[in-house]
Design a protein around this ligand. Structure first.
Ligand SMILES: [Zn+2]
Length: 458
């Protein structure tokens, strides 16, 4: 029997397993439920041991524990795959959040499982174990496996970075599979191969020593709010490009084949208008809307603060003004380098009548996995086999911090192999997961391990 046939034959039991796990309310943000989070972690450890994992343990952190497992019997000549998922979930309250059914009692309607955690991320987590079980009980594991199931993803992965740094050597692998994202549509699988990074800053402009009366000083003092506005207007060129010198120096240019690939999932102006309520787009005219929000770096004003903003009138000439700005970054830009460039440019364009300061709040590295890497090719094979359709490549405008953590700390190609849909209601009421996608996901993971082993043979 092939592992694929094994998985198909055990589909009902695989459903039951997922139902059991979603019944455990492992809400990581609620202190009273810490015991439930641990119970879900232990459930996974027990399940891994039942399947036959030689190593499966609950590793304590300062917060919720991390489930870690190893199955390294494929041999030193075979590649190793590091799998990541998370078993904690967002809070859910039937009445307060307006769920149609109990969020922690699985309900299947028309082939769709309704439960908190069904798509984010317990479904994909159990799919990984299903795939491993199917391989072990048929052909045997073609690759070595290491597994991390985190219990704190929904609370900003508080202790994961530390864990990864501490276990760096033990976590060494040839590729990392992260199943915690969605695909383009139920019929069209997709692979996100690039995420944007972030450099978040504040621009502070200081004028007079204290707030002044606009009647007594207006017309002689350069108003800091106005000076800040003048600075901000100089951060972009009229064509929408960021004007900070050197800002684009490290941006990987988009090749024709990459642009063709991105054009397969277009963001039409109609869709954009529906989402924004606007009629006229803005931004770099030489790039499509899809490219602008995913493959190009940006600089945004996130907020401004100055003077009197309460009800009524106050004739104040403010002493200072502040703007929060953030840059979304793409490979190979470095957040701290971008901060230095913005800081230097703001210093240069600050009028002599005020002083300015740019402060860095936080950073996130952009991430990009080469589309021609062995792991990526195996992922294409995997989706193509399970869905009967070649996946499209997409870039995402936001960031997933763990991706750059894994990439930076472990130097691994990271494959975002998701199975759910963006419409699954993750984090919201009536979260659900199509069971056909759960089983296709299981099939895709089996195919990935097979293809990765095959393609890694020299
Ligand atoms: Zn998630």
């Amino acid at each position: 029997m092939s592992p694929q046939d094994y998985a198909a034959a055990h589909a009902d039991r695989f459903n039951t397993k997922l139902f059991d796990l979603v019944r455990i309310p492992s809400v990581s943000t609620t202190p009273e439920l810490a015991g439930e989070v641990k119970r879900a972690g232990q459930w996974l450890v027990d399940e891994m041991k039942r399947i036959g994992f030689p190593t499966a343990e609950l590793i304590a952190t300062a917060g919720h524990p991390i489930v870690y497992g190893e199955w390294l019997t494929a041999g030193a000549d075979r590649p190793t795959v590091l799998i990541y998922g998370h078993y904690d979930v967002q809070p859910a309250d039937r009445e307060a959040d307006g769920w149609a059914t109990d969020p922690f009692e699985p309900v299947v309607k028309d082939g769709v499982l309704y439960a908190r955690g069904s798509t984010d991320d317990k479904g994909p987590v159990v799919a990984h174990l299903n795939a491993i079980e199917s391989l072990v009980n048929t052909d045997g594991l073609p690759v070595n496996i290491k597994v991390i199931f985190e219990g704190e993803e929904e609370v900003s992965s508080l202790h994961l970075g530390q864990f990864v740094a501490e276990y760096k050597d033990r976590l060494s692998a040839d590729a990392c599979l992260i199943s915690d994202t969605s695909i383009y549509s139920a019929e069209q699988p997709s692979i996100v191969y690039a995420l944007r990074g972030l450099a978040y800053m504040e621009i502070h402009v200081q004028g007079p020593a204290t707030d002044l009366h606009s009647g007594g000083f207006g017309g002689t003092v350069h108003n800091p709010a106005q000076a800040l506005a003048e600075i901000i207007t100089k951060l972009h060129n009229p064509d929408g490009a960021v004007s900070v010198p050197g800002f684009y120096d490290d941006v990987r240019p988009l090749g024709k084949d990459e642009r063709d690939e991105l054009a397969k999932t277009p963001w039409t102006q109609e869709d954009w208008s529906r989402a924004t309520g606007l009629t006229t787009p803005w931004g770099e005219p030489d790039y499509s809307l899809r490219e602008r929000v995913s493959a190009r770096p940006t600089l945004e004003v996130n907020g401004m603060l100055s003077g009197f903003t309460g009800t009524g009138a106050k004739t104040v000439l403010p002493a200072k003004a502040m703007a929060k700005i953030s840059c979304r970054l793409v490979a190979d830009q470095e957040p701290r380098d971008i901060y230095e460039k913005v800081k230097a440019y703001v210093a240069q364009i600050t009028p002599p009548t005020v002083t300015s300061d740019v402060r860095l709040l936080h950073v996130g590295d952009p991430a990009l996995t080469e589309r021609d890497s062995t792991a990526m090719q195996a992922a294409i094979d995997a989706y193509t086999q399970a869905w009967g359709r070649r996946p499209v490549f997409m870039r995402e405008g936001g960031s997933i911090p763990i991706v750059s953590d894994f990439q930076r700390e472990l130097g691994l190609p990271v494959i975002l192999m998701g199975f759910g849909l963006s419409t699954d209601g993750a984090h919201g009421p009536d979260e659900h997961f199509r069971l056909d996608l759960y089983h296709k996901g299981t099939q895709a993971i089996i195919a990935f391990h097979q293809a990765f082993a095959e393609r890694s043979r020299t």
